[in-house]
Design a protein around this ligand. Structure first.
Ligand code: NAD
Length: 294
């Protein structure tokens, strides 16, 4: 069994980005600038935005966070999105989800200029990805593809099972692994809460991507010997063994599945760090006009 060390790969990529930013600075070019909009005081959202800010600092990007209270009007947010779309200093921005109930997340996402949509949530970016055009790919699937690439995990002709069909993880992941590309060219089955005989389906998989958000759902009896297991899930559970009083659990029962898997990602330290790095990579691409020429 080999552990896929997402933390190490993420640090290597951050180092590569930092060197590129240093060279841009040296040449007097524009420093990439990522902005984030956050609404309310949800603990997990605050943590994610904090991690993203820290990562920007580490690689030398500029970053700005726009904070709004829970009762902010949708129009106010739409105006901020519009201003960021128009601001030449900002290369890309994200809107941290979830939003409060009175805000239409879809309306906000569709208001983002696809050229600055570094989270890859806009239908134009999703659509472009589906037909194989250059696009911002949402950070978690992009990070998983990078891990597969850097660990030289063969996907061609393999049976892949993705558990979860969300727009930000399960669906894009299924499409990317089935695409005519390397990594890709796999035979993909996308499972969800209505899938029948999930265990039988997963047992056939050479590669399993667990993205359903149920702590320790995937047990050893569901996994084929020698499979690659990618654990996307993050569930915060109370713990009296940590200083914070919380610990993070993945969707995979790590200890027992690790004994059967050839490759496995841990939680934390697997997919999570890669998600943030993909956002940095997308921001760098935005600042260089790599996806949509400036
Ligand atoms: P989501 O809640 O939008 O989607 C969950 C999906 O799982 C749904 O499509 C549902 O049909 C499916 N599902 C639920 N129960 C199931 C069951 N019993 N059997 C089969 N399928 C089932 O979740 P999401 O946004 O895709 O996130 C999934 C998990 O990944 C969450 O734990 C989330 O916190 C985590 N996540 C982690 C990162 C990261 O950076 N590591 C990024 C995004 C999401």
């Amino acid at each position: 069994m080999k552990i896929i060390d997402g933390k190490k790969i993420a640090n290597d990529i951050k180092e590569e980005i930092a060197q590129e930013v240093a060279a841009i600075r040296e040449a007097g070019g524009k420093i990439p600038h990522l902005a984030a909009i956050i609404v309310g005081h949800d603990g997990a959202s605050e943590t994610y935005v904090g991690h993203k800010e820290k990562a920007c600092n580490q690689v030398g990007f500029n970053s700005t966070v726009f904070r709004f209270e829970d009762d902010v009007a949708e129009d106010t947010l739409l105006r901020r999105v519009h201003d960021l779309n128009e601001d030449p200093e900002i290369d890309g921005f994200i809107v941290q989800l979830p939003m409060p109930k009175h805000i239409s997340e879809q309306k906000i996402i569709e208001a983002i200029d696809p050229k600055k949509d570094v989270d890859g949530f806009h239908p134009i970016n999703l659509g472009r990805m589906v037909i194989g055009l250059p696009a911002y790919i949402s950070a978690t699937p992009a990070g998983i593809m990078e891990l597969i690439k850097r660990y030289n995990i063969e996907t061609l002709g393999k049976d892949v099972v993705v558990i979860g069909r969300s727009n930000i993880v399960g669906k894009p992941m299924s499409i990317l692994l089935g695409q005519k590309a390397n990594p890709g060219n796999a035979t993909v089955t996308m499972c969800h809460s209505r899938t029948k005989n999930l265990k039988e389906v997963v047992l056939r998989a050479d590669i399993v991507v667990a993205a359903l958000g149920r702590a320790e759902f995937l047990t050893a009896d569901m996994v084929k010997e020698g499979a690659t297991v990618i654990d996307v899930g993050i569930t915060r559970v109370k713990s009296d063994k940590t200083k914070s009083g919380w610990k993070l659990l993945g969707d995979v029962k790590f200890d027992e599945v690790a004994e059967k898997a050839e490759y496995i990602t841990p939680v934390p330290g697997g997919v999570g760090p890669m998600t943030i790095v993909s956002l940095l990579q997308n921001t760098l691409k935005a600042s260089k006009g790599e996806i949509y020429p400036k």
